[in-house]
Design a protein around this ligand. Structure first.
Ligand SMILES: [Zn+2]
Length: 298
């Protein structure tokens, strides 16, 4: 749960209030975004309590971006998903330097990534809070999926890789989760964390309209500097950072659509192209970043 006045990444107490961001998905409510003036970390002020959070996820769109393929946007979304699965798989193989092993996907949702890895010979466990999504992933893909309470039953030094694909920013106790990750990972295991980038070119472009704010579901708005500090405090070294290139276009499209602009797809693609060209060689300004972490010696 965010401590409203203390930076969760660097513990500084000098903060600035940026703007009110709107929940476009469920409630229509506005939430204040506060930023640490020391490290740039942002957070959502006074989010719903963890017990109440469930009702802010009460959108089927959030659970499974549907399997329908009617509109052009839907078809592009499915193409993009296939592309991203391939890219994520490759990121795992490169990070772990193995073509198969034990992988745990935290926040496995409807199971697409877990299923993709299982097909490639990995021994997969998905961890998912939503019972509905968990059930879907087990029935549709035959993966093993468990609830968050069962994480402590996983053996220590068990996994070669643990992934969080756009999940950590949703968690009420990210420190507690990172502690479990340290326990469950093998000594040479890798943790891969994908996050929206609060210091990205598109975050600056859209400001309070930036779709990846996604309040109040996103509690934390990490910048690269803030995330590396956070990871170090949890006992991890950041080995590599890379971009998820398509997220820029998706987030741009959503930012226009959420705010009722006409032709959000066309605008999103165009804005994405402009931003991508402008920040071509500045990887830290990508819309989403993937961090590869290894355990620091303790
Ligand atoms: Zn800070």
């Amino acid at each position: 749960m965010p401590e409203n006045n203390i930076c969760p990444a660097c513990q500084a107490t000098n903060t600035t209030d940026l703007f009110q961001a709107k929940d476009h998905l469920v409630s229509g409510r506005e939430f204040l975004i506060r930023q640490c003036t020391n490290c740039g970390m942002g957070w959502t002020v006074d989010p719903p309590s963890e017990e109440e959070a469930g009702k802010y996820y009460a959108s089927d769109e959030y659970i499974s971006h549907t399997d329908s393929k009617q509109s052009l946007a839907d078809r592009l979304y499915h193409l993009a998903r296939e592309f991203m699965l391939g890219r994520k798989g490759k990121l795992v193989n490169t990070a772990v330097r193995k073509s198969a092993g034990v992988i745990i996907d935290i926040g496995s949702g409807t199971g697409y990534f877990a299923a993709f890895m299982q097909k490639r010979g990995w021994q997969v466990t998905g961890i998912e809070l939503s019972e509905k999504a968990r059930k879907y992933s087990v029935e549709r893909f035959g993966i093993r999926a468990i609830g968050p309470q069962q994480v402590m039953d996983l053996p220590s030094a068990y996994a070669d890789c643990i992934t969080f694909w756009h999940v950590l920013e949703h968690l009420y106790n990210p420190e507690g989760w990172m502690g479990e990750v340290r326990r469950i990972l093998k000594e040479d295991g890798k943790c891969i964390i994908a996050l929206p980038n609060f210091a990205s070119a598109d975050a600056k472009w859209f400001g309070r309209m930036w779709a990846a704010l996604d309040v109040p579901r996103h509690l934390w708005h990490f910048t690269p500097a803030a995330f590396r500090q956070f990871a170090a405090k949890q006992g991890f070294a950041c080995e590599r950072t890379s971009a998820l290139p398509l997220d820029l276009f998706y987030i741009s499209l959503l930012s226009y659509r959420n705010n009722g602009k006409a032709l959000p797809l066309a605008r999103g693609l165009l804005t994405g192209a402009v931003i991508a060209l402008r920040s071509l060689f500045r990887s830290d300004s990508a819309s989403s970043l993937v961090y590869v972490l290894s355990k620091k010696d303790s």
